[in-house]
Design a protein around this ligand. Structure first.
Ligand code: ADP
Ligand code: ASP
Ligand code: MG
Length: 418
């Protein structure tokens, strides 16, 4: 992907704004009309608007469960054909709602919007955008409504960008069109110190650096898709996360947030959508991990936390986390790999969740880990596994204790206070 260089795009007085609306913001006909009024207001004030929309409400989840009813391990290509239809429905509905308000609008699918991706179904990456159609429509004075989350690969097969991927469509388009900024409209007022639905005392973060937001999103703060933040950072595209329903400034994700906001614990993220896979009694010899993760990677399945236990009499247990959603399609691959490396069996545990403490304060501050473990053990929460990076600590715990863990850590790091 390249940042737009067309002079019609970079003319600052004529820069467009990209506005993305998530599933809960477009969950009904009434909400689509409400969002259309918001887009119309921006159009009246600014002229050039690209709106990127998600599937209505929970329709992606419903499509996934429908697919699993007809085939518990549906082929990924067919899943993409199916899942892309969610966004394909919202875009024309939004364009119709805009037309009704007297605002000229046109909807485009990912293909029509020129979004070219890799061929990795269900987690494709945008490799290129051919934006000419969008530019032409903007020139004609139309609001362009793009179906998020979808693109096409070289063979023109439909791909999707991974759950939450409409954010990525929006930021990538903002970069390609040299937009002034990318606005992500959602059902909360911005990025908080923890999921406000789990910890009501969570505080809104007015500004956050890309780097921190990326880490926060990668460990479960699902308010932003990690790839979207990564693209924003690479091309220094300002991203604003704010409420669809209230007129509030929200959170600015940018390169250099206010100095005093750095060097501290940013927030607590959790992810209950993970599963732990354990290959038991794997012979402990070189090349095993490469064989296992090579095969899983080839199947397009993302592996997160990897733990290899200490070897006993030449055997070891190899465990790792994946998205629970990927479990059914990874089964055949895992069974095959287990046979290949002569593991005893493959066990999957879906009773777990991860909770992460995120922030630059980990750099050179002793005692951080002790605080995390003390806060959790005071609640009787057992830590099953731990991983760390320079800007986060992640623990694996029982899924039914996740809300307690988030609140305990939020209190421990005094995140409700500024
Ligand atoms: P959309 O459909 O608009 O893309 P998502 O459901 O993907 O919305 O993301 C918004 C949700 O993210 C919120 O409703 C909230 O429950 C959740 N969330 C998790 N962590 C955070 C956080 N740190 N700040 C704000 N929201 C968060
Ligand atoms: N509809 C897709 C999902 O639910 C993409 C998105 O909403 O960003 O994951
Ligand atoms: Mg989302």
């Amino acid at each position: 992907m390249t940042a737009g260089t067309d002079s019609a795009l970079t003319d600052t007085s004529r820069r467009c704004i990209v506005q993305k609306f998530g599933g809960s913001s477009v969950a009904s006909a009434e909400l689509i009309q409400r969002v259309a009024r918001r887009i119309a207001a921006t159009h009246a004030k600014r002229g050039r608007v690209v709106a990127v929309v998600s599937a209505m409400g929970d329709s992606t989840d419903e499509l996934i469960s429908l697919a699993h009813k007809v085939n518990p391990a549906p082929p990924s290509r067919e899943m993409d054909q199916l899942l892309s239809t969610g966004e394909t429905i919202t875009a024309p509905l939004m364009a119709m709602a805009l037309e009704r308000l007297g605002v000229p609008a046109i909807s485009l699918t990912g293909l029509q919007a020129g979004i070219r991706t890799s061929s990795v179904h269900r987690s494709a990456r945008i490799v290129d955008i051919v934006p000419q159609r969008i530019i032409d429509e903007l020139e004609r004075g139309r609001v362009v409504v793009v179906a998020g989350f979808q693109g096409v690969d070289e063979a023109l097969d439909i791909t999707t960008l991974g759950r939450g991927g409409t954010d990525t469509t929006a930021v990538a388009l903002a970069v390609e069109l040299s937009a002034e900024r990318c606005e992500i409209y959602t059902d909360v007022a911005g990025v908080y110190t923890a999921d406000p639905r789990v910890e009501p005392r969570a505080r809104l973060i007015p500004e956050i650096a890309y780097e921190e937001m990326l880490e926060f999103a990668a460990v479960g703060a699902k308010v932003m898709h990690p790839r979207a933040v990564e693209i924003g950072e690479t091309y220094s595209m300002p991203i604003v996360v704010r409420s669809t329903f209230e007129d509030q400034p929200g959170t600015l994700i940018c390169q250099h947030p206010a100095m005093e906001d750095r060097q501290k614990i940013r927030g607590i993220a959790h992810d209950s959508g993970v599963a732990k896979v354990i290959l038991t009694r794997v012979p402990d010899r070189p090349g095993i991990a490469a064989a296992v993760f090579g095969a899983i990677g080839k199947a397009g399945i993302n592996v997160d936390i990897i733990v290899q236990n200490v070897s006993h009499d030449g055997f070891t247990d190899l465990s790792f986390t994946i998205a629970e959603e990927d479990l059914s399609r990874s089964r055949p691959v895992l069974e095959e790999v287990a046979r290949e490396v002569q593991a005893e069996q493959v066990v999957a545990d879906t009773g777990i969740a991860t909770v992460s403490v995120v922030g630059t304060a980990f750099l050179g501050t002793p005692g951080m880990f002790a605080r995390i473990f003390d806060a959790l053990s005071a609640q009787g929460i057992n830590v099953e596994q731990i991983t760390t990076s320079q800007i986060h600590v992640t623990v694996i715990i029982a899924r039914d204790r996740v809300a307690d863990a988030v609140r305990a850590l939020h209190a421990e790091f005094e995140l409700e206070h500024d």
